[in-house]
Design a protein around this ligand. Structure first.
Ligand code: SAH
Length: 459
């Protein structure tokens, strides 16, 4: 992050604008929105600036800029078309530790003025650190069209109740839950439709009826295979409202970027053969956290109910009468095959598909090989990288042909997505010779061949 985003209180503070043209005028209007005390120095002034001065809204001096003009200023904007003068103003301001912005010259600035979405008291500032102002403006346009104007009114209403709500809830999380309910429920809807009086009354009722101690709940959320765009809306909403997130190594960094900034993050990852947190402890931790009144998100890679032990986790919750929700995610088989251009079924090549684990509870790979080693079927092996050699042997021993196409999808759908294709008889050599990293999914079946034509992602 090149600049620290902060909002500065400049109300009644002396702010100097050097330059009297249209751009200076725009900056002055912005400073006035924040109630700055603006003084403008220039040889000539545009009509807008002259008018503001006439009304006494700002003061102006018609003269060349002088060194002493910067004295006692809180902030300076230089908006002249004289590059030498702009540089001089910048150097003087920086030497005196006064915040300075030189229009269109990021190098001369000690602060930049962002693109702004104004729903006062809510203000959203967007900056590209001078790298792509047009992109920042596009983002602004998007936000302008998606954030209703009435958000400002909603924030005003909340401001009026802030002290009362603070007094009612001793616990900061209960306070947040209360506000989240207000902002996403009927009260907000009433504000958006202009019924401020009703909204105010309902808010008071809701506050009076709330209690300070609450039971928490658990969200068991499927985080998908890696690409954050593959999250569901519901997953995104819940990971952004949880107070605590329990996650493991299968959840991608990009997905973790989307969790609430101030959520507590607890890593409960398990490495194969190195169980860092035993499953029983995770189950119990979920119960304990919910009993403390917290909203807990158990975030898992892929889908929680597909080789994710999600069932065991919520079983303990159910036994303890903890409320929970489960959000399905895109499972590795679906994400990895799609991003590799391999349809799991195809009318000509495969009429069924099986998801199989290569790592059984007792550590063996005792699978119904006869049922697997058949034509016209796709088999997707999860957790089978270590057992690749064994599964290749077993499938062939049970009649599958050695030239059956196989794909290994490494870190599927992420920026490091990599696909290795081979045939069943050559699978052991491939795994032995290539440096393949977990997580890897193995797809066996005629459909793998379609990748030659259908690959669209890592071309
Ligand atoms: N619940 C998860 C699966 C957990 S089992 C899901 O629905 O996807 C863990 C196995 O999933 C890994 O050993 C690997 O075989 C597979 N896997 C998960 N994410 C993957 C990814 N991004 N790329 C390749 N394989 C993945």
């Amino acid at each position: 992050m090149k600049y620290l985003p902060i909002f500065v209180d400049i109300a009644q503070k002396p702010c100097l604008v050097v330059g009297g043209g249209d751009i200076a005028y725009r900056k002055i209007k912005l400073l006035l929105k924040a109630n700055a005390q603006v003084h403008c120095v220039s040889r000539v002034f545009c009509g807008g600036i002259a008018q503001l001065a006439q009304h006494g809204t700002i003061t102006i001096t018609q003269k060349d800029f002088e060194v002493s003009d910067i004295n006692a200023q809180a902030l300076i904007v230089s908006a002249t078309d004289d590059k030498v003068l702009n540089a001089e103003v910048s150097a003087l301001a920086k030497a005196a530790n006064i915040l300075v912005n030189v229009v269109d010259s990021p190098d001369l600035c000690s602060f930049v003025i962002p693109s702004i979405v104004d729903r006062s008291p809510i203000v959203i500032a967007i900056s590209s650190a001078g790298k792509a102002p047009v992109l920042a403006r596009l983002i602004r346009a998007k936000l302008e069209s998606t954030i209703p104007n009435a958000y400002g009114k909603l924030a005003e209403l909340a401001g009026n109740f802030r002290t009362q709500v603070k007094a009612k809830f001793s616990n900061i999380e209960n306070r947040r839950h209360f506000w989240e309910k207000v902002f996403s429920g009927v009260i907000a809807e009433k504000v958006f439709s202009g019924k401020i009086g009703e909204a105010k009354r309902d808010l008071q009722i809701q506050l009076d009826e709330s209690t300070d101690n609450k039971m928490g709940e658990v969200y068991l959320v499927g985080g998908g295979p890696g690409d954050p765009d593959l999250l569901t809306f519901k997953a995104l909403r819940l990971i952004q409202q949880a107070d605590v997130i329990l996650y493991d190594r299968l959840v991608s960094d990009e997905v973790m970027e989307l969790v609430r900034r101030d959520a507590e993050l607890i890593y409960v990852g398990k490495k194969r053969d190195n169980h860092s947190v035993p499953q029983g402890d995770i189950n119990q931790l979920l119960v304990d956290l919910a009993k403390q009144g917290r909203r807990v998100c158990r975030l898992k890679g892929g889908d929680p109910f597909i080789f994710g032990r999600g069932g065991e986790e919520i079983e303990t919750l159910a036994e303890n009468s903890i409320m929970f929700q489960v959000v399905p995610g895109i499972t590795a088989a679906s994400g990895c095959s799609t991003y590799s251009g391999i349809p799991l079924t195809h009318r000509d090549y495969s009429q069924s598909c099986r998801f199989v684990t290569g790592h059984l509870k007792d550590g063996t790979m005792n699978l119904p090989w006869d049922e697997l080693a058949v034509e016209q079927q796709t088999i997707v092996f999860y957790m089978a990288l270590k057992g690749a050699q064994y599964l290749a042997q077993q499938l062939q021993a049970h009649g599958m042909r050695g030239d059956m196409p196989v794909a290994l999808v490494e870190k599927g759908t992420t920026l490091n997505h990599k696909v290795h294709t081979t045939t069943l008889d050559k699978l052991p050599d491939l795994v032995a010779n290539e440096n393949i990293h977990a997580p890897t999914l193995i797809i066996v079946g005629e459909v793998v061949k379609l990748r030659e034509k259908l690959n669209w992602f890592d071309t």
